[in-house]
Design a protein around this ligand. Structure first.
Ligand code: SF4
Length: 368
């Protein structure tokens, strides 16, 4: 059966492998401007950007023959929990023949709901549960390797001597990981991918600014949705740290009870879950400030309630802890040039702040 799923960063490499192992044919749709236009055309006007992009990818996947779409549900009081139902309704109203299965975190519903849905997907090709567990572990290992490589990329890019070399090496690293099929092959591929990145010519005498990326998961993880913010910052000489990864998010929402250290850090400013990643955006900003980061960029879909609430609180965090925060709201009207200009201005501001702090330190040392 042709099966599709939400496209988010590099995760399609691991999901495709899992689906192939389960005897399905993955249908991968990388979002483009055409996807967004299509999704926007059939979405309610008030829907947030991730909803529109995902709808666009589903419609394109159905056009390519996908009959089944697998996705995850949302947690907490926000619209994400209704995505699956509404997407299915739009697909049905358009007279298209595709079924969406939403895997809800067991914390939302019972574990039996999750197991029943997995059972449906694996029994389509008579896969045994033991085999499924084995393939799932392999997929998870690959997903973790992809997350690790992406973090590695963020550390290398600000030192590259030729702009674009790291991005090119990252493409190669993904291809290496894509080919790996067994546990041992994935381990070897991870090392080989790191070697490719290590070979990027670098100037280690630089002292890059450090910026943390916070915000709503989809726009943080999918470069098309955020106009490649991490690459733009990296090429401006900034070491980026992303607060969210897909493996981290999945284990926190499906297995553990959220990230306790982040929630604890947010507590003086916000002490209840507000849906999406609202509370994380506050807690992570506090943690970035404590770890000496120069600034934070908040990525928020336009009209995303959890991130709007977080944005209202962040000026207080900024004032108390002295960490500058730039919020970028994203929707279908947002242009790449506008985002780049704002990031350049933010980086200039952070450079001046660091310069002033260095001068101040030297003056204090002289007076001593
Ligand atoms: S977190 Fe924000 S963008 Fe995501 S579904 Fe909720 S309201 Fe929409």
């Amino acid at each position: 059966m042709k099966v599709s799923f939400p496209y988010m960063g590099t995760s399609h490499i691991a999901f495709s492998m899992l689906l192939r192992n389960l005897g399905h044919e993955p249908v991968v749709v990388k979002p483009t401007q055409k996807t967004l236009t299509l999704g926007t055309q059939y979405s309610p006007e008030f829907a947030c950007l991730p909803f529109k992009i995902l709808l666009g990818t589903y419609l394109e996947a159905i056009e390519k023959g996908a009959e089944l779409i697998l996705t995850s549900g949302g947690i907490g009081p926000c619209r994400a929990g209704y995505y699956g139902v509404l997407h299915q309704k739009i697909i049905d109203d358009l007279g298209l023949n595709a079924k969406i299965i939403v895997f809800e975190p067991p914390r939302n519903l019972s574990i039996f709901d999750l197991l029943n849905k997995i059972n449906y997907v694996i029994k389509l090709n008579k896969i045994k549960w033991l085999d499924f567990i084995h393939y799932f572990k392999l997929g998870w290992q690959k997903l973790k390797a992809l997350d690790e490589i992406e973090n590695y990329v963020h550390k290398i890019r600000p030192y590259e001597t030729n702009k674009g070399d790291t991005t090119q090496a990252f493409e190669e690293a993904q291809k290496i990981l894509e080919k790996a099929q067994t546990k041992e092959e994935i381990e070897e591929a991870l090392q080989a991918a790191k070697n490719v990145l290590d070979n990027v010519p670098q100037d280690k005498s630089r002292q890059p600014l450090k910026i943390g990326i916070i915000g709503e998961i989809y726009v943080v993880l999918e470069p098309f949705a955020n106009h490649h913010v991490e690459t733009v910052l990296g090429e401006l000489g900034v070491e980026v740290h992303r607060s969210i990864s897909l493996t981290g998010y999945t284990s926190n929402s499906f297995i553990k009870e959220g990230e306790q250290d982040v929630i604890k850090a947010a507590h003086p400013y916000l002490n209840q879950l507000i849906g999406g990643h609202g509370i994380n955006s506050i807690g992570e900003t506090v943690l970035y400030a404590r770890h000496g980061y120069d600034g934070v960029v908040q990525l928020a879909p336009f009209a995303c309630i959890p991130e709007i609430v977080a944005k209202g609180i962040l000026p207080k965090v900024q004032k108390d802890l002295g960490i500058p925060v730039l919020t970028l709201f994203l929707d279908e009207q947002t242009g790449k040039a506008g985002i780049e200009t704002r990031l350049e201005a933010f980086v200039d501001l952070l450079k001046q702040k660091r310069y002033r702090a260095n001068v101040q330190d030297k003056l204090v040392a002289v007076n001593l």
